[in-house]
Design a protein around this ligand. Sequence first.
Ligand code: GDP
Length: 295
Amino acid sequence: MFNNLSEKLDKALHVLKGHGSITEVNVAETLKEVRRALLDADVNFKIAKDFTTRVKEKALGQDVLTALQPGQLMVKIVKDELTELMGGDAEGINLSGTPSIILMSGLQGSGKTTFSGKLANYLKTKKTKKPLLVACDVYRPAAIDQLHVVGGQINVDVFSDKGNSNPVAIAEAGIAFAKANGHNVVIIDTAGRLAVDEAMMNEISEIHKAIQPQETLFVVDSMTGQDAVNTAKAFNDVLNFDGVILTKLDGDTRGGAAISIKSVVDKPIKFIGTGEKMEAIDVFYPSRMADRILG
Ligand code: GDP
């Protein structure tokens, strides 16, 4: 995960690590390399520039030039800023309703169906909840079948209505089914398309309005970098979602989406997907991720 970025940041900061004392030129050169590493990771130019400006201000403010171990101090400052950029403290999901309704949104192929299953499994095992999965993709029968397969793997009930072409009606029927059958969490998997378009946005917005979920999550493929950030912005403009799910981090060597998404949409990354299996889900902790990136 994020190997390229880790290597480049390590290289950038390595120069300072060995020094007993450093000059402003050393700091400037290092920050230039840090910025280059962020750009290579597919972080947007402005975010990368603002990031290094903040690190520089902090470094000079904390007298990095006269510090006993200036390299270590710089690493700490970069780590703190990375943590802040990725969201500060970890945030959980809102499970307050009876049932709690969680709406999944995102493009086709982002990992929505897989993550719906992972989340159901997580809530079942870690939070002793009784989730229900609801299949609202009315365009791809295979997507409905896929959710049934996932539900079977984790032993979680799945509600679907293959003949019904109205996703709002299916979502509402799913919630009614949950209430009647003692399910206290409803996870609604919706249809995505290959790119953002008006029809998809209207549909998800209609579902959102009708069911008023406690939690609306936006699922995105981490490997798509700045595209992930742009897609997040488009969905957030319509849904004002509560959190981001970054999938496929296991295959992402760059990390640009993880680093920039929070500052663009001002919503926390709540979970990450790290593989195809149902257990490959982790709560996203910005500080742990920053530790991991900086090694
Ligand atoms: P959807 O169209 O948004 O519902 O996406 P799917 O859940 O069908 O996922 C698309 C593909 O990505 C599938 O082959 C999944 O197995 C795969 N996938 C989903 N999440 C992850 C992940 O975290 N890591 C990896 N490596 N693959 C994933």
